[in-house]
Ligand binder design. Structure first.
Ligand code: 5GP
Length: 201
């Protein structure tokens, strides 16, 4: 039984560092690779960070009902393909979805047992400093990202967990704890404990 972990955060909150560490630390959990219409950046390879496709193909796949959720984010389409979950279910691992607030909302409606986590920078000032220290963006882009962050943060209340990313090691610890606690839930344990229970009958 696959559990879907949804992680959302504004750009610069440290989400990628946390999710990569989670996947390295906890066994049996993988990234869901999304489809997108945005252009690959830097070293990104097709099928690794994303599957890169054109808008027409994306729209065709939407019409065919191939996505568990999809959304337009900053002018590009992004979507989680149904095969990601089907494969995880078949092969018995959990999935981490790095998706935006619109996608998180759609997914929670479809899969209520999905566990959602919102990652928050400790303050607007810290987020601004992190965006600046990356040295990737112009002043104008940084201001736009901060406005977008404010917009996304307004949706924090839709999530099951909120993680304030003050100190990376502590945040990784919290994230790992959320996954481990979820795996011990009774509904997740039913199948694996049945043989144990039978020995007591
Ligand atoms: P980026 O282009 O920087 O990789 O991602 C931009 C935004 O799109 C991020 O907020 C990321 O969480 C979101 N995103 C990535 N994949 C998906 C997806 O499959 N569905 C949705 N709804 N959002 C996604």
């Amino acid at each position: 039984m696959t559990t879907v972990f949804i992680i959302s955060a504004p750009s610069g909150s440290g989400k990628s560092t946390l999710t990569s560490a989670l996947i390295r630390t906890v066994p049996n959990i993988r990234f869901s690779v999304s489809y997108t219409t945005r252009q690959p950046r830097g070293e990104e390879k097709d099928g690794e960070a994303y599957f890169f496709i054109g808008r027409a193909e994306f729209e065709k796949r939407v019409a065919l009902g191939e996505f568990l959720e999809h959304a337009e984010v900053f002018g590009n389409y992004y979507g989680t393909h149904i095969s990601e979950l089907a494969r995880a279910d078949r092969d018995g691992y959990d999935l981490v979805l790095d998706i935006d607030v619109q996608g998180a909302r759609q997914l929670k409606e479809k899969i209520p047992a999905a566990v959602s986590i919102f990652v928050l920078a400790p303050s607007r000032q810290v987020l601004e400093e992190r965006l600046r220290s990356r040295g990737q963006d112009s002043d104008e882009v940084i201001q736009r990202r901060l406005r977008e962050a404010a917009e996304e943060i307004r949706n924090y209340f839709r999530y099951d967990y909120v993680l304030v990313n003050q100190e990376v090691a502590a945040s990784i610890d919290s994230l790992v704890s959320i996954v481990k606690a979820t795996r011990s839930r009774r509904d997740r344990m039913e199948d694996s404990i049945r043989p144990i229970l039978e020995t007591f009958l």
